[in-house]
Design a protein around this ligand. Sequence first.
Ligand code: ARG
Length: 272
Amino acid sequence: MNKWGKLSLGMLLAAGLMAGCGNNNTDNNAAADSGANAGAEAAAKTLVLGTSADFPPYEFHQVVDGKDTIVGFDIDIAKDIAADMGAVLVIKDLSFDSLLNELSSGRVDMVISGLSPNPERAEAVGLSDIYYKAEQAVVVREADKDKFATMDSLKGIKLGVQTGSIQEDIAKGIEGAQLTSLSKISEIVMQLQSNRVDASIMEGPVAKAFVKNVEGLAITDAKPEAEDDGYVIGVKKGNDELLDQINTTLKRLDSEGKIDEYVAAASELAEK
Ligand code: ARG
């Protein structure tokens, strides 16, 4: 069974628990996941990626050749950056709200995690050029699809969002909304399924992946507005050498049409 999806509530819970190991800075054995072999190349330069792998098709867990692996288009981009640097990629699966701290403390070298730029983040860390854009979406139980078709209809309702995300900020701006902030998207989905929240705001591609794979959910016509609909890569403030390298690789990938290719392949993988 090599899909993360078609999840029952129980399976979601199990997946959440499995992936949840990453919550507390547990390193994923990702050097192996990424196809690199850290053991054999102990002396090689490493590039440590921090990501929150709860986010198909950006980064998510999937069983590949019988092994739990972190995949997604952000991961493909990370591999290219590492390859262009001649470095071995090491992936750390962390909770989303810890990622920028991990950067600042030097425990990870770069963050690729569907990260949206905003002024506070630009203040705290170095941000790359935008590598991809997507819109925000509202996910509800299928029966409520028409009830929550506008942003106005979300006023005063129970909303589930990811802790530390821009969606949390968007939700805080909705009058009277009662927020439940959780560290993983799969946890939010469970809350939706069990009627503990009535809607969630998430990136369109992520919403699509979950709606495809989890029965009883739908995307409504409501259109949340974000400050910026692009994604960037974070580095430690002042690490301009790495930032230049990242921007160079992003430019190359973009001109070769690779990013769109990665997005298409990862979306297919996530929705399968
Ligand atoms: N784009 C949103 C933000 O930057 C959410 C990103 C969540 N990423 C993740 N891998 N869970 O706040």
